[in-house]
Design a protein around this ligand. Structure first.
Ligand code: BYC
Length: 330
């Protein structure tokens, strides 16, 4: 396996090679072999930086993404729905933790990443700056948001950075369950009263375009895609994944007996690809600039939650210090 030893060590042991040159050659070989880079391997600074950026943005998305659904736990229509929603939100916290851990293996402590988020200097997915106004939105989030997440993240299970790829495997398994429960909420509403069916349709109408924007800007505006693909971090471009997702949901929505709010969706037999109507990229840029419907509220709640959790962090640190002291004595 290409990743078992580092050429840096060989160079340090006196074989006369420049460590940076040996490291770059070793890294290039791993990428060419489509193998895995592990935390102690040499890697270019820009590769490390890209991974920290993408993984931390992803982690922040999971943490901020707890809010729209967390807001509905107390309003779930039954005990069963409440228990399922609580478990889903808890899973998302777990995903955030796996991802922060993966980012830490690249040398950036979680506290630093968290400070960047709290200071408003870090990105998280645009989708979580939209409101969840009805119970049907819990269905649309599960079906469309988790669905888009899976479509984007399954290829990331083959990302070249080992800890990230391994975290993605577990995240994707849990997201699949989330997507099914969301679909099931919509199915039940779609087969309910006319008002319930309308609520489900409105939730899809509201969540459709923001879910498509989760895949990032069009390829022509995607600053990082080509380099990330050359490094085997991303396996497909933003537009490739987006059109693949449209194809999936265009079929699934028929089972719901509902529609997607886009008359231009069609399968192009010549290209073998799904096509869809123009998205409002101006709106996307506004959300990224912090001017989406819920940006301010999401950040305010996150800061509040962080402050309210100070006592837990202090207690955990005191407990860990006491245990370390005991171990030293023993
Ligand atoms: N929202 O060059 P590009 C979840 C930024 S959580 C905000 O194409 P890249 C879930 C991008 O960061 C879902 N920002 O970038 C949780 C870059 O800005 P910077 C999160 C976006 O990285 C709870 C700039 O635009 N999933 O599933 O090659 C409940 C140019 O973009 C967005 C992930 O994070 C956006 N939508 O590709 C339920 C997956 N799109 O950094 C569900 C991992 C782009 O230069 N991430 N930007 O300032 C990725 O796959 C990639 O990072 C992206 C973007 C496809 C998102």
């Amino acid at each position: 396996m290409a990743t078992q030893h580092s050429p840096l060590l060989a160079a340090e042991n006196g074989d006369g090679q420049d460590p940076a040159v040996a490291g770059q050659a070793y890294f290039d070989q791993i990428i060419e072999d489509d193998s895995r880079v592990e935390p102690r391997d040499w890697m270019p600074d820009a590769y490390r930086k890209t991974l920290i950026r993408q993984i931390s943005q992803h982690a922040h998305s999971e943490i901020i993404g707890m809010q729209p659904e967390g807001n509905w736990i107390s309003r779930a229509p039954s005990l069963k729905r409440k228990a399922i929603l609580m478990a889903k939100v808890q899973d998302e916290a777990g995903h955030g933790l796996y991802l922060y851990s993966a980012a830490e293996t690249l040398g950036t402590p979680r506290e630093v990443l968290n400070d960047q988020l709290l200071a408003g200097k870090a990105r998280y997915s645009s989708i979580f700056n939209y409101p969840a106004r009805s119970w049907a939105d819990m269905g649309a989030i599960g079906w469309l948001v988790d669905g888009a997440a899976i479509c984007n993240q399954v290829p990331l299970c083959r990302a070249s950075y080992g800890p990230y790829a391994r975290a993605m495997v577990r995240v994707c398994k849990e997201e699949s369950f989330h997507q099914r429960q969301g679909f099931e909420i919509l199915l039940e509403l779609a087969n309910g009263t006319p008002a319930q069916k309308q609520m489900a349709q409105e939730a899809i109408n509201g969540m459709y375009a923001p879910a498509l924007m989760m895949f990032g800007p069009p390829d022509s505006d995607s600053a990082h895609s080509s380099q990330s693909m050359a490094w085997n971090i991303k396996r497909f471009s933003n537009d490739e994944l987006r059109q693949r997702f449209v194809g999936m949901i265009a079929e699934q929505v028929k089972v719901l007996g509902l529609t997607l709010p886009d008359d231009d969706i069609r399968f192009n037999k010549d290209t073998g690809k799904w096509e869809y109507g123009e998205l409002d990229w101006q709106e996307f840029n506004e959300v990224l600039a912090g001017r989406g419907p819920c940006n301010a509220q999401r950040m305010e709640r996150r800061r509040e939650a962080h402050e309210n959790g100070a006592w837990v962090r202090e207690a955990a640190a005191a407990f860990a210090a006491k245990r370390a002291q005991k171990e030293q004595v023993a």
